[in-house]
Write a protein that binds this ligand. Structure first.
Ligand SMILES: [Zn+2]
Length: 537
């Protein structure tokens, strides 16, 4: 028997088998069981989360010979033919390759005819956002007055590109990225059924590399089985993925804990000699820092079978919570900026040096940390979260191999929020949020802003998060942001900018009125100044 790839063999054939999209399944199940059918469905979500799989299950649910239900029988000829991709009334179109108006005309011509075998003729259009404008327009006719026997199932990774006229006629479902745990559990289940041995750490590596896509996870698992030629072991998966040997990362963090830049750069040199991916390394480093932070805060959250669990727990003893936050942030930034760096090695080693150069601000009066920064002996004072004093307190310079110089010392914030709001690297709605709000309070690590009722639409979580991130970037530490909707005094950047503009306008007007030539014109020709036309320079 020929080998069938896992993604196909284990493609879910009914709603119950679909992993990780329970919210969509629940809604669709109810609709089907109560016979509340829509004529067009839209599934959105990133690649490999199950959009087309869901489309096929829905097609079965609509066409199963036992009747419309959320539990198609799976054995009637309609069900089996759909499973095998041979059902004449299921027409699957990949808009990525058929973007033209001709394809849509063909679809429309076809749509006129009643189904040959099934109850409905189901059109599945994958990557529907790729359709041309004319193709959308021609599709719209069928969409507006759909024949009873037609169902559309659209799938896309990019719903923004779909015309509103089409969107508004679809029942939309947003498929989530697969959580790592769900992927891991599914891989484990499949290997159990396949009677293939595996190491949990190997499956965790695959689940991580799949980045939320079950399809990618199963492809990687296929590869891993072929690669290992038997048991799917951690070593073989690591080698296959080209994953960075965790040893490197542990050496890096060990060097960081000891503030030993030489040791850290030696690791970078070794990585370059072995042509390891620095981008991958930064990603793995951020993952490891996240795990160390977790180990510190919620040790139970670390999976028992996590590779290197013991080493992670040990590292958690050697850093402060604030340090981990900062290093994590620096690693993320370094990864984002890697393409801008002169070369990847420079980008990566600068990242290491930055981790040494910046540090959370120590609480006022706290003793500088001991040179060997082993945690167990740390005093109570050092455990006070340093960021608490970040805004109100002062920086204590610390001796280290690289001079400490935060991006902007947070202690330098003078409470002039309008000025700060203009400096922050934000755009769009977030910029509006910064400029329309006023400072209510700042103390410890928290900045509290007031926002008028009339502007409360600016306070959407997305924009609050962006603003908070910009503040963190500005101050170089973990600033918290709180926004209170209510009455405000008007000490905002927007109001200031407006009154400055008014003042400049007044001055401009005055200057024009005082201008000798203008006076001359007015006297001689009985001219007047159209004040609206005056603009300050
Ligand atoms: Zn059936």
């Amino acid at each position: 028997m020929s080998y069938q790839v896992l993604a196909r063999k284990w493609r879910p054939r009914n709603f119950a088998a679909l992993v990780g999209q329970e919210h969509v399944v629940r809604a669709l199940t109810h609709a089907l069981d109560q016979n509340r059918l829509h004529h067009a469905y839209l599934f959105t979500g990133t690649r490999g989360v199950g959009k087309t799989t869901l489309a096929r299950i829905l097609a079965k649910a609509l066409n199963c010979e036992t009747g419309i239900s959320s539990t198609p029988c799976g054995v009637c000829s309609a069900c089996t033919e759909i499973d095998n991709g041979r059902f004449v009334d299921l027409i699957e179109i990949d808009a990525a390759t058929n973007t033209g108006i001709d394809d849509m005309r063909e679809l429309q011509d076809n749509a006129v005819y009643t189904p040959t075998r099934g109850r409905f003729k189901v059109f599945v259009i994958d990557e529907v956002h790729m359709l041309s404008k004319q193709a959308f327009n021609s599709m719209l006719k069928t969409f507006e007055e759909p024949p009873e026997h037609i169902k559309f199932i659209l799938a896309t990774t990019d719903p923004q590109k779909i015309p509103v006229t089409v969107l508004s006629r679809c029942l939309q479902f947003n498929l989530k990225q697969m959580p790592r745990e769900a992927i891991y559990g599914h891989l484990e289940y499949i290997l159990g059924e396949e009677k293939t041995a595996s190491e949990p750490a190997a499956l965790r590596l695959i689940a991580q590399a799949a980045q939320g896509s079950m399809r990618d996870a199963l492809s990687l698992l296929d590869q891993a089985i072929a690669y290992a030629g038997g048991k799917v072991s951690e070593d073989s998966v690591r080698a296959m993925l080209g994953a960075i040997d965790q040893d490197y990362l542990f050496h890096l963090l060990d060097g960081l804990a000891r503030q030993d830049i030489k040791a850290m750069l030696a690791v970078a040199d070794e990585m370059e000699a072995r042509s390891l991916s620095f981008d991958g390394a930064l990603q793995d480093l951020a993952t490891l820092l996240h795990q160390v932070a977790l180990a510190q805060g919620v040790p139970d959250a670390l999976a028992q079978d996590l590779p290197e669990r013991e080493r992670i727990l040990a590292l958690a003893q050697r850093f402060d919570a604030e340090e981990l936050q900062l290093y994590y942030q620096i690693a993320l930034h370094a990864r984002r900026d890697l393409s801008l760096a002169p070369d990847e090695y420079a980008g990566f080693s600068m990242n290491l040096m930055r981790m040494l150069a910046f540090r959370p601000i120590e609480p006022r009066g706290a003793a500088p940390p001991p040179v060997a920064r082993e945690k167990p002996g740390a005093s109570e004072a050092q455990n006070v979260p340093a960021a608490k004093s970040a805004l109100a307190g002062s920086a204590v310079p610390t001796a280290r191999s690289v001079p400490a110089r935060p991006a902007v010392p947070a202690s330098a914030f003078d409470g002039n929020w309008p000025a700060l709001a203009m400096q922050l690297k934000v755009s769009g709605v977030t910029k509006q949020l910064a400029q329309q709000s006023e400072l209510r309070n700042f103390e410890g690590e928290c900045i509290e802003l007031g926002l008028a009722f009339s502007a409360k639409h600016l306070a959407d979580k997305v924009y609050q998060d962006k603003l908070r991130d910009a503040l963190r970037e500005h101050f170089g530490n973990a600033v918290a942001l709180k926004i209170v909707i209510g009455e405000i005094g008007g000490n905002t950047a927007a109001v200031q900018a407006q009154s400055e503009r008014q003042a400049r306008l007044g001055k401009a007007l005055e200057a024009i009125q005082d201008d000798a030539f203008v006076r001359d014109l007015m006297d001689t020709f009985d001219a007047t100044i159209v004040t609206d036309s005056v603009k300050p320079t």
